[in-house]
Design a protein around this ligand. Structure first.
Ligand SMILES: Nc1ncnc2c1ncn2[C@@H]1O[C@H](COP(=O)(O)OP(=O)(O)OP(=O)(O)O)[C@@H](O)[C@H]1O
Ligand SMILES: [Mg+2]
Length: 293
């Protein structure tokens, strides 16, 4: 994707913390209102409507409504503490694992309410897979890391089928050539970039519809990062992808649409090149030009 955006100073997660609105000044605070831009798309895979998320009494997400389109890559950006991970986790109910966390509003996957009592959370997380900031391979062999999901979800019956799923998933994640001769060795012996591609392969192995990624490259060097970015581009042909990133260059490179969060609110969403070249909201502009965050 071509963009004239050249800003380089906001590559860090050490910016002001969102729970300190005083750093904004009164004028800017007044500008935080409804989301501007295109929060909705014609062909949504997932729809969030009026989502609030609380940790005990503290509200971390305020009234967010946003679609994620089929076969689109959506990136989510914003200062540290603005709620990106919280919102991402609400999309596959990972927040359920945090006792004090409560989510209200509605989130649907292909029209189905993911918070409905009839929704099976294990199968939801297979349909909406997640890749984390720090690669987290299981303490098992490379083969078993990939085979684990298809086995527990009963997706394959025979060993030959499982072998095929393992190979296909590793190929799609661009890791097969590097590991095909050491499939029985521990996954923890792989490099960080290889481990992250293994985790992506593990996610793909259970044929998700949506892949969520929370800063998947923040622990990787530029070469491993470039490999993951290529992979995101390839995967976007078949999957819906939502990625949280602190690198605006990365958001500009990999995503079709970009959502800018600020203090738990979704400030602006739009085509990535528009967000990075001519955003409509002053807060978005301040962030992308490095005046805030
Ligand atoms: N498990 C938790 N318990 C209590 N508060 C939490 C928890 N996780 C996040 N928060 C709070 O919710 C707010 C949003 O946090 P979140 O981690 O979603 O931000 P983020 O945008 O992902 O930040 P970063 O860029 O640093 O990863 C913050 O104020 C944070 O302190
Ligand atoms: Mg986060």
């Amino acid at each position: 994707m071509d963009t004239t955006f050249k800003h380089t100073s906001v590559e860090t997660s050490t910016g002001p913390v969102a729970s300190e609105p005083t750093t904004l000044g009164t004028d800017l605070e007044q500008e935080v209102g409804e989301t501007v831009g295109d929060a909705f798309v014609d062909d949504p895979r997932m729809k969030a409507r009026n989502v609030d998320v609380f940790y005990a009494d503290k509200q971390a997400i305020h009234n967010v409504s946003l679609d994620i389109g089929r076969n689109e890559v959506l990136s989510m950006i914003g200062p540290s503490g603005c709620g990106k991970s919280t919102f991402l986790r609400s999309i596959n109910r990972m927040n359920d694992t945090i006792d004090i966390c409560k989510v209200t509003g509605s989130i649907t996957l292909d029209g189905e309410d993911i918070y409905d009592r009839s929704m099976d959370v294990v199968s939801l997380r297979a349909r909406v897979g997640m890749v984390f900031q720090k690669p987290n391979p299981f303490p098992k062999s490379i083969y078993d890391n990939i085979a684990y999901g298809p086995r527990i979800h009963g997706l394959v019956e025979r060993r030959a089928e499982l072998d095929e799923v393992v190979e296909t998933s590793l190929r799609k994640a661009g890791l097969w050539e590097e590991v095909k001769d050491r499939l029985d060795q521990p996954a923890t012996g792989l490099s960080g970039g290889q481990q992250q591609r293994l985790c992506i392969a593990r996610t793909i192995a259970i044929s998700p519809e949506v892949i969520l990624m929370d800063e998947p490259c923040s622990a990787l060097d530029p070469i491993a990062t470039a490999r993951i970015e290529e992979l995101i581009a390839e995967l976007s042909e078949n999957y819906t992808i939502a990625i949280v990133t602190h690198s605006m260059q990365q958001a500009a490179r990999v995503s079709d649409r970009t959502a800018y969060f600020h203090l738990g609110k979704l400030i602006e969403v739009g085509a990535t090149d528009k967000i990075f070249t001519s955003p409509d909201h002053k807060l978005t502009e301040d962030y992308i030009t490095g005046r805030f965050g």
